[in-house]
Design a protein around this ligand. Structure first.
Ligand code: C2E
Ligand code: MG
Ligand code: MG
Ligand code: MG
Length: 297
């Protein structure tokens, strides 16, 4: 065990700017082992259609269950994985786990034909050829599953190298993937370049979605949200609001014409098994809604 740790530590030193930081952070060493030991898992946060309340899709969110530290957030270990050269391996874990879940769900026969499963891509995945090749092979071996994926990238990732990003995103799009711009409005110069990329969705971060009357945030967000909605309409983009926690927040984004939402108001991220039950429940309510419509006609 000591020998394996030592080998990984050298790798961490090579790719980290500060040796002392790496020495203080044994997580770099653990992550490779964690991936091999399947301590990294995927949870699914449901995404709902605000026009009819039905299940529209899910976002796959990674979790690292560390034997000593407990659950570690992806915001903490994704940067680490990038530094340690493990992001491609981690990216494959996500694709493999989500593909196998999708296979299960599809065989259950309860998934709506437009259902999407979104996965997050990291900056390095977007800039290297590996992810694109992984996606090409996914499409060739499993076209039915590939067309269910929605791929999320953030503005700052795209803007690091706009030309190359445009090439990668165009390639993914022509493979049949749907694309989302995550955390819209957090970066800068969003409006001027948005039309250059083949996005289908934009995702509004919780900072614009959550209300905080005490700090006057509700007032300042309104014009921002309104302009995002009108922009998305003009560019024919669907909007997903993130981090809706209260009924009031849901009502407000609904009133603004936002198409989809996710957040604790609906559900936190749940396991694949729990999600399967949700799919069954949703299929039932869709069937009921169809019967009701038939009776009215
Ligand atoms: P994100 O893509 O913007 O994901 C949304 C984050 O908001 C998730 O945090 C989710 O759990 C959290 N969230 C959802 N609803 C609510 C809510 O109502 N209230 C609050 N306070 N939070 C809510 P999480 O799972 O910790 O992920 C953090 C970030 O890590 C993600 O931000 C994404 O950028 C990244 N990430 C997650 N999974 C992956 C992955 O598989 N690959 C890559 N490259 N990045 C990932
Ligand atoms: Mg995301
Ligand atoms: Mg986001
Ligand atoms: Mg976010």
């Amino acid at each position: 065990h000591a020998k394996r740790d030592g080998g990984d530590r050298i790798e961490a030193f090579r790719t980290t700017t500060s040796d002392t930081a790496a020495a203080r952070n044994p997580l770099d060493v653990d992550l490779k082992t964690a991936i091999d030991n399947r301590e990294v898992q995927i949870l699914f946060q449901p995404i709902f259609d605000l026009s009819n309340g039905q299940l529209a899709g899910a976002e796959a969110l990674m979790r690292w269950h560390h034997p000593q530290r407990g659950a570690i957030s992806p915001s903490e270990f994704i940067p680490l994985a990038e530094r340690a050269g493990l992001i491609e391996k981690l990216g494959r874990v996500v694709i493999e786990q989500t593909s196998s879940q999708l296979k299960n769900w599809l065989s259950g026969g309860e998934m709506d034909k437009n259902f999407f499963l979104s996965i997050n891509l990291s900056a390095q995945q977007l800039s290297s050829e590996t992810m694109l090749n992984d996606m090409r092979s996914l499409v060739s071996t499993n076209p039915k599953i590939a067309q269910r994926f929605l791929l999320e990238v953030t503005e700052s990732q795209v803007m690091t190298s706009p030309e190359h990003s445009a090439y990668v995103l165009d390639s993914l799009k022509s493979l049949g993937f749907r694309l989302a711009l995550d955390d819209f409005g957090v970066g800068h110069s969003s409006l001027s370049y948005l039309h250059r990329f083949p996005f289908d969705f934009i995702k509004i971060p919780s900072t614009f979605v959550q209300l905080d009357e005490r700090h006057g945030i509700a007032q300042t967000q309104m014009p921002i949200m309104k302009s995002i909605m009108s922009l998305s309409h003009d560019l024919d983009l669907k909007v997903i609001a993130e981090g809706a926690e209260s009924d009031e927040e849901v009502a407000r984004i609904q009133g603004l014409g936002c198409h989809y939402a996710q957040g604790f108001a609906f559900s936190k991220a749940i396991s694949g098994g729990e999600f399967e039950q949700l799919l069954a429940k949703d299929a039932k309510s869709r069937k009921q809604a169809a019967r009701d419509a038939e009776q009215r006609a």
